[in-house]
Design a protein. Structure first.
Length: 177
């Protein structure tokens, strides 16, 4: 896992192309919509609240891409989160490690490049639902937060760039925006 500071992660985000931001936005929205249908919620009220913020016409959905909020994700084990996507990632990592040990020179080069540029980075994608009309227009709530681990390179992102996804449902605890 990278050890970039939040400022370095923000710089990486600032230099992402529109296509990469669109990919992350689509990934967030599709993950949230798919997850609503297949996960169990602590209460029917929470699921109903999430579905309301996602489905009603009066809400506009947008994505906020930012560095990981350590406080928000602390209770879920930090960097030890269980990957929810790409079950083959562990197998790929093991085969890469075996290949690196077969040639000491290649291993040294890989280690040097890993310290120069991070191989993975975590981004937090928040789904913001904003009231689009009426007396509360402009007010919004973060419906869900998605912690995404991306594999380098961090441009021209594809599904193969994504190493893991973890989701938090936030409409009951997120502040009004």
């Amino acid at each position: 896992m990278s050890h970039l500071t939040p400022d370095q992660v923000q710089d990486l985000i600032d230099h992402m192309s529109d296509e990469d931001i669109d990919f992350l936005s689509d990934l967030l929205l599709n993950t949230v919509i798919d997850a609503v249908n297949c996960v169990e919620f602590d209460s029917a009220q929470l699921k109903q609240t999430i579905v309301r913020y996602l489905n009603q016409v009066r809400y506009d959905l947008s994505t906020i891409v930012r560095p990981k909020d350590e406080a928000l994700w602390a209770e879920f084990g930090g960097d030890e989160l269980e990957p929810l996507l790409d079950a083959d990632a562990e197998a790929e990592t093991e085969s890469e490690a075996e290949a690196a040990t077969t040639n000491a020179a290649e291993h040294a080069t890989a280690t040097a490049s890993a310290t120069a540029e991070p191989q993975q980075v975590q981004l937090q994608l928040d789904l913001l639902s904003t009231v689009s009309a009426g007396s509360r227009a402009g007010e919004g709530k973060i419906v869900a937060s998605l912690l995404v681990t991306l594999q380098a390179p961090f441009s021209q992102l594809t599904e193969q760039s994504v190493r893991s996804l973890n989701i938090l449902w936030l409409p009951d605890i997120s502040p009004e925006i």
